[in-house]
Design a binder for this molecule. Structure first.
Ligand SMILES: [Zn+2]
Length: 355
């Protein structure tokens, strides 16, 4: 996740804010996160899908100043229901991650910094947000992220129980104990891992990060002694973040890497890594910014390549009898949502009735 702001966009937002648009923001409230609920779909052996309408966020047009499509989760949900593979009631609705759970990874100092609009503007990479009261940013952007982080926890929990589960959101891999960035405020996979480790459900969680950017936040958490995390990261070495951080297993790709090279490298590396690490759970951070159409990476993958990537990760994990959870991470092109939907459909077609 990453992006830049033009002078024109900056002027637009400042003008709009001066017209009292922030009042409109207050009127467009979102409901409290709904509680988790059991569904017949899972009882019938279908792959658990975790989603809340609250993952999507709108904040007075501010969100349009970043290339991230803040409502793509709804588009994926719509595509999946349109396909007939799921009805709306089949999706599990997560609770928000709690403050206590956030503190398992994040420092008090960092969490306090999230009440400062200037600090949030840096994380969101949208400079005008520094002029918006932090309480509004919390309500419109951080709260949806906390619900999606709760979705990551629920997804990992369901993967342990059913072998496979998918969160239609989450994947904030640039966030760690003391910092956020690249539109990532909460280090969701390390947080959820700590929760499950504390419950004695897992010892070693392997993160397979296939987002185009290096997952510097997750990697930083994984490198800590006794973290119980192992980071295997496939990324474009020419893009954000700079500099790169040290990782357990980095697979950097050069500029303009093709789908063929990407997939062959993944297919050579992942089985070896799983055999070496022997994780209790794999979590795939499956960004769609590897697509050729994505404005923020130089990868040249077609949508079909990305679908093969996601299916391969799941097949490889399940073939080795390791539970696997998938979260969606970044993706900034027009194809992002539909590519994710196609990946999920391919996984459901193969694994429904086998969980
Ligand atoms: Zn990314």
């Amino acid at each position: 996740m990453a992006g830049k702001l033009s002078r024109r966009q900056l002027l637009f937002l400042m003008g709009a804010a001066s017209m009292g648009g922030l009042t409109y923001l207050l009127a467009d409230d979102i409901e409290e996160a709904v509680s988790e609920k059991k569904t017949e779909a899972i009882e019938n052996g279908l792959v658990p899908l975790i989603y809340s309408p609250h993952y999507n966020f709108t904040a007075f047009g501010i969100e349009k100043l970043h290339p991230f499509d803040s409502t793509k989760y709804a588009k994926i949900h719509k595509e999946l229901t349109k396909s007939g593979l799921r009805s709306d009631s089949d999706f599990l609705r997560p609770n928000s991650i709690t403050g206590e759970q956030l503190r398992l990874v994040h420092s008090e100092r960092y969490l306090k910094s999230l009440t400062d609009s200037f600090e949030l503007a840096k994380i969101f990479e949208v400079a005008p947000t520094m002029f918006v009261p932090a309480i509004l940013l919390d309500w419109r952007i951080l709260k949806p992220m906390r619900i999606a982080a709760g979705g990551t926890l629920l997804t990992m929990r369901k993967a342990l129980k059913h072998g496979l589960a998918i969160n239609v959101g989450g994947g904030y891999h640039h966030a760690c104990e003391n910092s956020g960035g690249g539109f990532c405020a909460y280090s969701d996979i390390p947080i959820a891992s700590k929760v499950l480790q504390n419950e004695g459900l897992v010892k070693t969680v392997m993160i397979v990060d296939t987002d185009a950017h290096q997952g510097n936040g997750f990697a930083t958490e994984a490198k800590k002694s006794g973290s119980g995390l192992f980071m295997l990261d496939f990324y474009d070495e020419t893009i954000y973040p700079h500099p790169k951080v040290e990782e357990d297993w980095s697979v950097p790709f050069p500029r303009n890497t093709s789908g063929t090279v990407y997939l062959s490298t993944l297919e050579e590396t992942l089985p070896v890594a799983i055999d070496k690490v022997k994780p209790d759970l794999i979590v795939c951070n499956a960004g769609s910014d590897v697509l050729e159409s994505d404005p923020l990476s130089t990868f040249m993958l077609a949508s079909t390549d990305m679908n093969k990537r996601d299916l391969f990760v799941v097949e490889c994990a399940r073939g080795k009898n390791v539970p696997v959870a998938m979260v969606l991470a970044g993706g900034y092109g027009r194809e992002s949502g539909i590519a994710h939907a196609h990946s999920i459909k391919a996984i459901l077609n193969k694994f429904d009735d086998k969980t």
